[in-house]
Design a protein around this ligand. Structure first.
Ligand SMILES: Cc1cc2nc3c(=O)[nH]c(=O)nc-3n(C[C@H](O)[C@H](O)[C@H](O)COP(=O)(O)OP(=O)(O)OC[C@H]3O[C@@H](n4cnc5c(N)ncnc54)[C@H](O)[C@@H]3O)c2cc1C
Ligand SMILES: O=C1O[C@H](CO)C(O)=C1O
Length: 553
């Protein structure tokens, strides 16, 4: 690494001179020599950090933290930038751990692996597979860093599993004072429960000890059928029929795809009784299907009324126009492949967790609202949503998934994140309302805002809480309210304030949703970043700009 003064000509002189003075220790300050533009996966937000850092050693991470304090800068750690909100945006210092991503050890017998926290889930899956191991459960993609997936409460879909973070045995985290500390369910468990879902507000998670499971293949099948069948089987069978079950619901067709998967017996695979095979290429996985759907979505920006027809046409080609057995697709794939979903285009996603039993009511009320059903209409239920759906057309599917965080995690065991959004006393249902942004252009006629306003109203009415990573319009008071997190929210705050009293890991997102606005400007934290301004970007989405707090208490 060349001398910081040569490399960092794009950063303010004042900061540069501190960095230079502190650089006689021989530890490189791993900053990008050129300005970096950070973009979220969906390109909904971008920002220009003052410095972009990719450390590859612990001393470098420690040095960054110490220098950020000296230079009075906020630090943001970014994984793969897959969180859809402006959570990872900053004009201050951004740290990415793609070069701090080694597997430090794997024990094939116990499944315990020790990981540098920047490792992406696809890299981890590859490394585990070589040792005959796998992740116990996964969400729809494998691009996330392990730390990023943990930090927002990422989940898959299974009643036998909770959040991805339930496999975490212990963590190491570099705190704002530059020290790396260890935490686990039995050592500093308050810190552990905060760091397990930290939204970047606690420190830099540097090392993750994770319990993997024996590698497995999944025999999966999916069929499309009427949603009334789904509701009829909800309690008795739907979510219990296989270890992994996920559903995609199509509100205009009133149909749903059920995907279910079970582990294949190891002996059957070894002896060749069962063989891995991929499913046929689906419409949306083909170049033509991808292109056709993208353009139909673009057309629907101008002619939203065609949206139900687009849904029928595209998903008919994708899953079949009939119902039931004739639409079934099957495959047997290694787990790291079977879980993956083609997420297609830039999108907004608004996802909430509600108690599982409320699922049929949620979907029936949402359908009644979207279809503007009147008493006497087939499928009518009273939706009670106090907003109009007149002239509103929305995209599909709504992703319908489950988890049960009560099986392996709890406060008593010391491994339930303080900010876990799922019920503490039973299984959770996640509803994820997707709105695509064809060619990075938002749907027209305020469709997203209107849809999400109603969707969120309904989710609240059913006792839900929003997924931390995604889009939501929630007031800070709601997060801090008794009904939502009880004491847990305050426990998180207490730990946070103790380990980061100067606000090195606080930006406008954390301020708004986790800390709440201070009574007076002088009460802001010395290192926090403030004042996000969002301006429309030429490429679509928003450019986010913030600045360091200058009012030092
Ligand atoms: C296409 C797509 C599919 C998705 N599928 C699912 C799904 O199936 N289920 C689900 O629950 N979610 C899903 N998500 C959401 C996704 O899993 C989360 O947003 C996850 O946090 C992304 O990981 P990341 O590495 O990109 O983290 P980022 O988005 O970069 O960061 C997320 C948070 O983690 C913090 N962070 C990252 N690294 C560290 C670290 N080392 N130390 C401390 N804090 C850190 C960041 O500061 C930030 O607050 C999906 C998102 C997309 C775009
Ligand atoms: O946020 C998410 O995006 C995909 C859906 O496209 C998914 O499964 C999420 O969760």
């Amino acid at each position: 690494m060349a001398s910081p003064t040569e490399d960092l000509s794009h950063i303010p002189l004042e900061t540069r001179s501190i960095i230079t003075t502190e650089s006689s220790d021989g530890i490189p300050f791993p900053a990008s020599p050129i300005p970096h533009t950070h973009r979220t996966w969906a390109r909904t937000f971008s920002s220009r950090p003052e410095v972009y850092l990719q450390p590859s050693t612990l001393p470098q991470i420690t040095k960054i933290t110490n220098l950020a304090r000296r230079c009075r800068r906020r630090l943001v750690v970014v994984g793969s930038g897959h969180s859809p909100s402006n959570l990872t945006c900053t004009s201050s210092w951004m740290v990415n751990l793609d070069k701090y991503s080694r597997v430090l050890s794997i024990d094939p017998t116990t499944g315990i692996c020790v990981l540098q926290s920047g490792i992406r889930l696809w890299q981890l899956s590859e490394a585990l597979n070589k040792e005959g191991l796998a992740l116990p459960s996964m969400g729809s993609i494998n691009e996330q860093s392990i730390a990023g997936a943990i930090s927002t409460g990422t989940h898959g879909s299974s009643l036998k599993h909770g959040l991805i973070s339930e496999g975490v045995e212990s963590l190491k985290i570099v705190l704002a004072n530059g020290e790396e500390v260890f935490c686990s369910p039995t050592e500093r468990s308050d810190l552990f429960r905060a760091a397990l879902l930290s939204l970047g507000a606690i420190g830099i998670v540097t090392e993750v000890t994770f319990r993997a499971v024996k590698a497995f293949s999944l025999a999966w099948e999916q069929s499309i059928d009427s949603d009334s069948k789904l509701f009829a089987e909800w309690e008795s069978k739907l979510w219990k029929q296989s270890e992994f079950v996920r559903v995609w619901w199509f509100p205009y067709m009133r149909r749903a795809v059920v995907w279910k998967a079970d582990k294949v017996d190891e002996n059957d695979l070894d002896t060749g009784v069962v063989k891995n095979y991929d499913p046929p290429t689906s419409f949306q996985d083909s170049k033509i299907g991808y292109f056709v759907y993208h353009n139909l979505l673009a057309l629907a920006r101008w002619f939203p009324r065609i949206t139900p027809w687009v849904e029928w046409f595209v998903f008919g080609l994708q899953y079949g126009f009939g119902n039931g057995e004739t639409t079934t697709t099957r495959a047997v794939q290694p787990s790291y492949k079977a879980f993956l979903l083609n997420c297609l285009y830039s999108q907004f996603v608004n996802e909430w967790a509600i108690p599982l039993a409320k699922g049929p009511e949620a979907l029936q009320r949402l359908a009644a609202w979207l279809h503007r059903l009147q008493p006497g209409d087939e499928g009518y239920v009273e939706h009670k949503i106090p907003f109009s759906a007149e002239g509103l057309w929305v995209h599909s599917p709504v992703e319908v998934r489950v988890s049960d965080t009560t099986v392996k995690t709890s406060g008593e065991r010391g491994n339930r994140p303080w900010l876990d959004i799922t019920p503490e006393d039973g299984p959770a249902l996640y509803l994820n309302a997707t709105m695509y942004r064809p060619y990075h252009k938002d749907p027209s006629y305020n469709a997203t805002e209107r849809y999400y306003e109603a969707f969120e109203w309904l989710m609240r009415d059913l006792g839900g809480k929003p997924h931390w990573a995604k889009t939501f319009a929630v007031t800070p008071d709601e997060f801090a309210s008794k009904q939502w997190y009880g004491e847990n929210f305050h426990q998180f705050r207490k730990v946070r304030d103790e380990v980061d009293p100067l606000g090195m890991f606080v930006g406008p997102w954390q301020r708004k949703f986790l800390l709440g606005e201070p009574a007076e400007e002088k009460d802001r934290l010395a290192l926090e970043e403030v004042g996000f301004e969002q301006k429309p970007a030429k490429e679509g989405g928003y450019v986010v700009t913030g600045h360091q707090n200058v009012v030092v208490a």
